[in-house]
Design a binder for this molecule. Structure first.
Ligand code: SF4
Length: 701
């Protein structure tokens, strides 16, 4: 392959056809290797890299349409300044210099009072380490701005893995091909982990059984041998019931427990309190279904066959989500599954990557700022934070919000509060974006950002263990800039003269892993594997303080928490409030990725319109027919949408597939109008799937 990119921040347009290696930037565990064909400076074809084993030449439907997104007529191509009222989305063009001069002046004035009043807000709009936090983190550290606790997706599960396995580590995804029983737990793999699904199909062809554990009957569930549609937030009870059956029937690897775990006797005593009948009542499942799954585990155990568990983050979005991940993460140790290739568990592999975060993010720059120990704002409660008047332990009122790689007006919980905050006239908001999203509508300055085809980046993965390099394939569209260029330019204007602000993007790519990864190989192949063993914990060696799988966590006990996984009820348990008898979950729609791709016509057409799935047993007593307009509501807000009466939703649980932009909603709202800012037990994460609602049919217009 030839490589079309310059070594600087953006691409030089190639003179003739070229193929350029890149990496998918989206928030997906698969981190595919991309091959872009460029003709006369224009990307004409995008495909999965056939030479990258994890990608195997295949992209998902969403990113197959990436060029539609890159050349979208509504791409932002010039800096814009607000002219209408906050939130009206009316702007006028300005030059980059004018915009940056004014932004720098505004930030300087706020920082002179208290730099903590400036808050960065970003997440995984790109997973790239360079266009993600590298230059941005340096800038905000040097400024002394508030720190952001980036909790919105995975921090409950991450905290659970940290105390149980020692980090975000697990079995390599390709080894699921050797599993003989695969539990797909809290994951719609076909939609959000396609390349794992391909491996699971390989295993199935060799005789493996697939089990899906998910409140919704997804297309993944359709294709599994067994589906347990449990109530949201009851996964820990199910995990304990499975362990109950293991201990009672002797499906237990005592040697593994003895040598490689901490606290198994205490775990056993707790598990024995959870016979299947008790868990069935909590989970809303037939006792027989739990017993049948336990028998599958037992049969595999007795035959010495590998059992793999693929968790995803869906299950940790309720109050007890962290403990639920802990409970499930105990199962492979009980069964001794870690001993075998194809056995164990995978939630995230990102902990295997030796990222040099201190080099990239430069937290040492805080010491040179006027505020060396700034406060931390939790991104999951940004609605409340924006509306806080300031004072007390909160610190100064937020005066400036700099948003990049995120769309909080649509994706943050209780979005009515978020929007109310963004509409504050005294809030100065800068948004770096590719499109005019709901959040962008509220910007004072809206700065056009490059897409993945237009900049350098380097990627870890949370689903496999290869590092990927992304080369720019085409020149930036219009006047779009990479995020790094914006923060470099602001640093210059604010007088930050540290040499690290001169690092170009290729230098940042090299710094991300230092010598731990062969950069020449990345330049040549586009990817490089980490040396992770296929059976990483066959002989223990977990990266915990004890070196063992910590079924009982002394670290949690020292914080006054339960050292064992707990079964915690939801903040809003089913049936607790008769006004809101239904539980609502809001998993991603198959053709969107969070709020990305919502404006890509082909994908939007495939998805149809915002809707609420409701089971016929819940629809009938409410007089709701398929296609009716319904109002879903609770104390936090109301959202009008279209009813889809379907058995994909289980009784008692409605499903608002997300995440549509608010402005696509019938009344300018989306499902997050209803979700709460309550947090999880571990990791301070949001509880999107812990949301009690009522639904009623709207009268015909
Ligand atoms: S979204 Fe996931 S499956 Fe789709 S191309 Fe990107 S990494 Fe691959």
């Amino acid at each position: 392959m030839t490589h079309a990119a310059s070594t600087h921040g953006t691409a030089a347009a190639p003179a003739h056809d070229a193929t350029v290696l890149g990496a998918c930037p989206h928030d997906c565990p698969d981190t595919c290797s991309l091959v872009t064909t460029v003709r006369a400076g224009r990307a004409v074809y995008l495909r999965g890299n056939p030479d990258h084993p994890q990608t195997a030449g295949v992209l998902c439907t969403k990113v197959s349409r990436y060029l539609e997104r890159v050349y979208h007529p509504q791409r932002l191509t010039q800096p814009l300044r607000r002219v209408g009222p906050k939130g009206a989305g009316r702007f006028e063009p300005v030059s980059w210099d004018e915009a940056l001069d004014d932004i720098a002046a505004r930030l300087r004035a706020i920082a002179a009072r208290d730099p903590q009043a400036i808050v960065p807000y970003s997440y995984a709009g790109t997973m790239g380490l360079v266009q993600g936090e590298a230059m941005a983190a340096r800038f905000f550290h040097r400024l002394g701005a508030s720190l952001l606790d980036r909790t919105i997706c995975s921090s409950a599960g991450a905290a659970a893995l940290q105390v149980t396995l020692g980090g975000k580590v697990g079995m390599p995804v390709h080894t699921f091909a050797d599993s003989r029983l695969i539990l797909i737990w809290g994951s719609h793999s076909i939609a959000s982990n396609l390349h794992f699904w391909r491996v699971a199909q390989q295993a199935k062809r060799c005789g493996a059984k697939l089990v899906c554990i998910d409140p919704r009957r997804t297309e993944t569930a359709d294709k599994c041998d067994l589906h347990l549609a449990l109530r949201p937030g009851t996964d820990a009870a199910l995990a304990y019931a499975l362990m109950h059956e293991c201990f009672v029937h002797g499906w237990v690897d005592h040697d593994y427990l003895q040598r490689h775990t901490v606290g198994w006797q205490a775990l056993r005593a707790r598990a024995l309190q959870w016979p299947p009948a008790r868990a069935a009542a909590v989970c809303g499942l037939p006792v027989a279904a739990i017993e049948a799954l336990a028998r599958e585990l037992g049969a595999c155990f007795e035959r010495g066959e590998p059992i793999g568990i693929r968790l995803n983050y869906g299950m940790q979005r309720t109050r007890g989500g962290g403990n639920a991940v802990r409970a499930v993460a105990c199962l492979p140790a009980v069964l001794g599954a870690w001993r075998r290739r194809g056995g164990g568990l995978l939630l995230s592999s990102s902990g295997w990557f030796p990222v040099q975060r201190d080099v990239l993010y430069r937290p040492d720059l805080l010491a040179r700022s006027p505020c060396p120990q700034p406060r931390t704002i939790n991104m999951s409660t940004i609605g409340d934070a924006l509306l806080h008047p300031g004072g007390g332990s909160f610190g100064p009122r937020i005066e400036a919000l700099i948003v990049y790689n995120s769309n909080p007006a649509a994706v943050a919980p209780q979005s009515g509060r978020v929007v109310q905050g963004l509409r504050r006239d005294d809030l100065f908001t800068v948004v770096l974006e590719q499109f005019q999203t709901d959040t962008a509508d509220h910007a004072d300055y809206l700065l056009p950002a490059t897409t993945q085809l237009e900049h350098w980046d380097i990627h870890l993965s949370y689903g496999h263990t290869d590092v990927l390099l992304n080369r720019p394939a085409i020149a930036p569209q219009g006047q779009a800039w990479p995020n790094t260029a914006v923060f470099r330019a602001l640093a210059r204007r604010l007088g930050f003269d540290e040499p690290c602000f001169d690092d170009d993007d290729l230098t940042l790519c090299r710094q991300a892993f230092g010598t731990a990864v062969d950069f020449e190989r990345l330049l040549r192949d586009g990817w490089a594997p980490l040396p992770v063993p296929d059976v990483p914990f066959a002989d223990g060696g977990f990266p915990t303080p004890s070196g063992k799988c910590e079924l009982f966590s002394a670290a949690l006990a020292a914080q006054g928490l339960d050292g064992l996984p707990e079964v915690l009820p939801n903040h809003e348990p089913a049936g607790a409030d008769p006004r809101y008898p239904l539980a609502m979950i809001s998993p991603p729609a198959r053709h969107f990725l969070n709020s990305t791709f919502v404006n890509v016509k082909s994908l939007r057409d495939a998805e149809g319109e915002p809707c609420l799935e409701i089971h016929p047993d819940d629809a009938a007593p409410r007089g709701i027919a398929d296609g009716d307009t319904v109002e879903v509501f609770n104390d936090r807000g109301r959202h009008r949408t279209r009813a889809r009466v379907t058995t994909r939703a289980r009784p008692g649980v409605v499903v608002g597939l997300g995440i549509w932009w608010r402005k696509d909603g019938l009344d300018g709202t989306n499902v997050n109008e209803l979700t709460s800012q309550a947090l999880t037990d571990l990791g301070r994460a949001p509880t999107f799937y812990d949301c009690a609602v009522q639904v009623r049919r709207c009268a015909a217009a």
